[in-house]
Design a protein around this ligand. Structure first.
Ligand code: ZN
Length: 155
């Protein structure tokens, strides 16, 4: 039983590394000069705030950025989001968001695409129900932005 346990720990360390890296050095952490959609997310339980900006390029998301503050998980998740959604249509981005929420809630990793593989770094939060909201906050904001609403709070 030590084999699988060891590799699970290795994976945990790798995931931890991804979250710490994105938490410390968030990607696309600025307000877009011009954007087509934006939304705020608020997770009062943890004090996390995220404001997301989306610029479209034709039918696809061209660029995504965010401003925010809060715990490493909430900021890492927002950072990962801004790298994952460019090139996707709004429907594809919604589908990715649904997968992310499932990963965070159930802990089931998804290695079917490189993007989902990276996002699976957030799978560990399912062990800590209060942190699931941290991980999904930016994604609720993404869906709100795509739906054209401005405010959302993580459920
Ligand atoms: Zn948090």
């Amino acid at each position: 039983m030590s084999g699988p346990a060891a590799s699970f720990d290795d994976l945990r360390d790798l995931y931890q590394e991804v979250i710490l890296d994105h938490g410390r050095k968030p990607r696309n952490h600025f307000r877009l000069e011009a954007f087509d959609a934006s939304a705020r997310g608020d997770n009062p339980m943890c004090g996390d705030r995220v404001e997301l900006f989306i610029k479209m390029d034709g039918p696809r998301i061209g660029q995504a950025s965010f401003l925010g503050r809060g715990c490493a998980i909430s900021q890492a998740s927002a950072s990962l989001l801004t790298e994952a959604v460019p090139g996707l249509t709004p429907d594809e981005a919604r589908a990715l968001s649904a997968r992310l929420r499932e990963i965070a809630k159930t802990g089931a990793r998804d290695d079917s695409t490189p993007a989902l593989q990276r996002l699976s770094a957030l799978s560990g939060v399912h062990e800590f129900p209060s942190r699931v909201k941290c991980a999904t906050l930016a994604w609720h904001a993404l869906e709100a932005a795509l739906d054209g609403t401005k405010e959302t709070s993580s459920e």
